[in-house]
Design a protein around this ligand. Sequence first.
Ligand code: HEC
Length: 133
Amino acid sequence: MKKENQQHDEDRKDEDLVSGIKIEHNKVPKLLVAVFYVVAIWAIGYAIFMPGKLEVEPEAAPQDNKGELIFTGTCLNCHATGAAPDLKGVTDRLKEEDIKNVIKNGRNTMPAIGHLYTDKEIDKVYEFLEDYR
Ligand code: HEC
C-alpha cells in the first residue's frame, strides 16, 4: 500500500512537492506570508496607479478617428470639391502652426471654423492630415 502511494506521489510531483514542503518545514509559511505581502503591495500599487491609465484607454479608442471624422464631415465639404486646395500632403507644405492657424482663423475664402472645435480636436485633425496623402 505504501509503495503504491509513493508511486502515486511521483506521478503528481508538483502538487505533492508543495504540500510536502508546507507540512515539513517552517520556512515555507514565512515564504507564503512574504509572497502575500508582495502581492498585497502590488495590488495596492495597482489600485492606486492603474485606474488613471485605464481611464485614458477607453477615451483613446473613440477619439482615435476623431480627426478623420471632423475632416470628412467638415473639411471635405470644400476640400474635395475643387473649391479649396487639395489637402493631401499638406503637412509637407505648411507648418503645423500655419495649418492650425488656417483652421482657427480662416484665410481668404476659407472661413474661420476654430470656434467649432476644441484645441484637442484641432490637434486630432492635424494628426489626421499628417497621414492624409
Ligand atoms: C467653407 C469651405 C471650407 C471648409 C469647410 C474648410 N476649408 Fe480649408 N480652405 C478653404 C479655402 C477656400 C481655402 C483656400 C484659402 C486661400 O485661398 O487662401 C482653404 C485653405 C485651407 C488650407 C491651406 C491649404 C494650402 O495649401 O495653403 C488648409 C490647411 C485648410 N484649408 C484646412 C482645412 C481644414 C483642416 C478644414 C476642416 C477642419 C477646412 N480647411 C475646412 C475652404 C474651406
